[in-house]
Design a protein around this ligand. Sequence first.
Ligand code: ADP
Length: 226
Amino acid sequence: MKNVFKTYPNGVGAIYDLDLNIEKGDFVFIIGGSGSGKSTLIKMLYREEKPSRGEIIVGGVNVAKLRNSKVYKLRRKLGVVFQDYKLLPKLTVYENVAFALEVTGADNKTIRKRVVSVLDKVGLKDKIKEYPDKLSGGEQQRVAIARAIVNNPKILICDEPTGNLDPKISMEIMEILESVNKDGTTILMVTHDINIVEKFKKRVIALKDGRLVKNYERGYFKREDL
Ligand code: ADP
């Protein structure tokens, strides 16, 4: 991101003059108080919002300039995980994950293999036929992660993925995310949970009032600084 500004149509400024470079394979926490611009920042990466000014390159694609008709190509390079899981309630675990692959036109055999493999990775192979409302919050989030990674995305964007989960389950989710990162996927994770930020020593970016105010390299984060 280079020289990025975002002002919403109602005149509210959300991001000011943001410069940020995230390397392939990195794991980055994005922290900051409510209204500091975290969601706006990540929404611009998957083109839910467009910057008002500046350049945003994601995996070689200038997303600020990308035509609406090409946004689907960007989305295939990305996986997104939300705080509230956003699973489809009328589909089974298998179908929720398979759906993300079906839209890419993959054949049934490939879909079956991939879906079983990612559900195994998140430890949910035995819940394949369940519906989301039969699962705990942690299990639902694991399904959401499986769905987000089933396309083998280059980047996984997580918006408060542990926001609704207790500390023990949050740790399990973090271990899955670390393992996805070890497989080579770049991870950006918005979080409020300073305990997680402290425990998992990653790069940390702090926003305040739409500006990047702190940028800690891996292992240098200090809670006292905030
Ligand atoms: P955070 O995720 O850190 O809570 P946001 O990116 O959601 O912050 O919000 C940053 C600022 O932009 C806030 O002042 C918020 O009210 C404003 N904002 C966010 N979304 C919109 C929108 N769709 N329209 C107008 N203002 C918005």
